[in-house]
Design a binder for this molecule. Structure first.
Ligand SMILES: [Zn+2]
Length: 360
């Protein structure tokens, strides 16, 4: 155990006085065109979505650390600010069932975590409300049992505190699942920032991230806000009406854009067949098939410029290093320092918004 290790957690790198924000209704004005707060959220878990029972290294974690290390200098050269991703660790009951202990990543890969602590990166929890089916011998997502969901979050938060000596302040819930009870559990655990929301993502009953299957469909994120907000106590999909209505945490959705429309034009110009093109804003997920990395970052730049609150958030997973999704993610991130947007992105602490966002 690394129980005595001290970490630098959740310290905003800069502050804006509330007076600068009053009356704007959103973070805006002169701040917009300067550095953009950016969040590289890394879900740290085992390589495959459906693990078996038995120990084994999380090789995707090691290779993601290596990728991030290779990007620190080139990104700092572009933006003038050393980049600090947020790492969200799996520490829920399914990890104990499959790998033998809740703090498996800390126990097995403590050297990597030490390295990230020294860099001053930010840490939080990544939680799936999963169970092991004895009957089918496979991991599955239990979305029908909300008490189980709350339990998974409480266990992950306690394990994090035991490992790092401080409770987690940020979370990324896995498997597109964010009912009100889950947000209640975040608040009870002392979470101040949740980066789970994927605006535009409809409710689904089948997805690799669920494991073998799910007992109920995932959350319908189709009309969730596309910018950071303080959610209403009565409905996490709505910004709070006033201070009394506001939950104690901030939601930072992943960055979305109506890329279907954009890529139609791209395909016409290049006569290329690209994505199956959906309509409406959707997450700019790194695992999707993009025409090329430059086009991806062009789309991200457009999304940032059109956002009511200029920010960028992307969530990646520590997939097996040779998997298609890992290779796609790697190609996008390795290209970033070559794209002009890298001059404006400040990969920083997501709790920065907890002091910046007006309540309503
Ligand atoms: Zn996950």
């Amino acid at each position: 155990m690394h129980g005595n290790v001290k970490i630098v957690l959740a310290r905003p790198l800069f502050h804006l006085g509330q007076s600068k924000l009053s009356g704007t209704g959103a973070v805006g004005g002169w701040y917009n065109r300067l550095m953009i707060p950016a969040f590289l959220c890394i879900d740290v878990e085992y390589d495959e979505h459906t693990p078996n029972i038995g120990e084994g290294p999380w090789e995707g974690f090691a290779s993601t650390v290596e990728l991030v290390e290779s990007l620190r200098e080139p990104l700092a050269e572009q933006s003038g600010a050393p980049p600090h991703p947020s790492w969200f660790f799996r520490m829920d009951p399914l990890v104990e069932r499959c790998f033998g202990r809740l703090d498996y990543v800390f126990y097995r890969h403590g050297d990597l975590i030490d390295q990230l602590q020294k860099r001053g990166d930010f840490f939080g929890i990544h939680v799936h409300t999963q169970r092991w089916s004895e009957e089918k011998n496979v991991v599955y997502s239990d979305y029908a049992d909300l008490d189980w969901a709350s339990h998974c979050i409480a266990v992950a938060a306690q394990t994090f505190e035991q490992c790092f000596g401080q409770p987690p302040l940020s979370v990324r819930q896995g498997g597109y699942f964010l009912p009100e009870q889950v947000v209640d559990a975040f608040e009870r655990a002392g979470i101040v920032v949740d980066l789970t929301v994927e605006p535009g993502q409809v409710s689904i009953a089948k997805d690799p991230s669920f494991g073998g299957y799910t007992t109920a469909a995932s959350t319908n994120f189709s009309d969730y806000p596309r910018h950071p907000y303080r959610p209403s106590k009565s409905d996490v999909s709505r910004p709070a009406r006033d201070r009394g209505d506001a939950r104690s945490l901030v939601e930072i959705p992943v960055t979305t854009f109506d890329y279907g429309k954009e890529l139609d034009g791209f395909a016409r110009k290049t006569a290329k067949r690209v994505l199956r093109r959906p309509r409406g804003p959707l997450p700019l997920s790194s695992w999707k098939k993009w025409p090329d990395p430059h086009t991806y970052w062009d789309l991200a730049s457009r999304a940032i410029d059109e956002s009511a609150v200029p920010y960028f958030s992307i969530a990646i997973r520590t997939d097996a290093p040779d998997s298609l999704t890992a290779l796609r993610t790697r190609a996008l991130l390795e290209y970033l320092p070559k794209h002009p947007i890298s001059k404006r992105l400040n990969f920083t602490d997501p709790t920065v918004f907890t002091s910046m966002l007006p309540v309503a």
